[in-house]
Design a protein around this ligand. Sequence first.
Ligand SMILES: [Mn+2]
Length: 285
Amino acid sequence: MHVYLVRKAKYLKDPLDVRICDISAPSSVIFIGVPWDGAVAGRPGARFAPGKIRAAFCNLPRNIDVEDVGDVDIVVGNPEETWRRIEMVFSSITDKEQILIAGGDHSITAYAYKGLTRRKKLSYVVLDAHLDVRQLSEGLSSGVTTRLIREFSGDTPISIVGVRRWANPRYMFEQAERLGIEYYTMEDVDKMGVDEVVEKIKTAHKHYDVYLSIDMDVVDPAYAPGVNAPSPGGFSSREVIMLVTQLSKSLRPLAVDVVEVTPAYDVGDVTSSLAAVLLYVSIWR
Ligand SMILES: [Mn+2]
């Protein structure tokens, strides 16, 4: 092969400037993609997000080893088989300090959680504009995730941060309360401040291995336009980076996912690159 032919062109030649994917090494921190969007009721295309998020994540500075273990092999048109596969993959992950997950629509979270909960006593923290307490009988959508997690988790704590009053019908707030789900609306966050919210969540989840899920629609559409169900009035990218950094330092989550990115609606990959940065700052080791 010609000496000037490389697998991937490197634009900068500084040998000290090493990026995450320049070297592939086993690590206790792994990156896994779940390219499934078969449960999207709104704007489809999240199946293409892991590729975009991976590309952005790969290009971040390599301050820690992260092992890319690939994508879950999903089956288009078959949610039951796909969810079974996701659950199998995650139930087989052992001895990892942290699992970074690039979705996919939000339904992947429920089955990743279900797989991991076979070995660990998990609790669930989610950043989301939506309560996601819909029933499967309403139709296949990613709005069922928090209800499914409640079913899979028994009575372990569930906290939602960033809920929009204008993006959820009133009865869903009652449903969430009935299911024992703690939620913080954007107004709550504004009134209390991020420090107090993080402190309250830390106390509620202190005896558990935490699964932290980041639905990118928690971010304002001005900063994250490429999502399935955008809702105005969310965090800026700077605010959400600070929130995820603080939550991760406090909770040391076992698993962190970024979901609902829809590259076809994105602008210049800003949503994918923010998702990649959120995974990056969630690394607590
Ligand atoms: Mn959502």
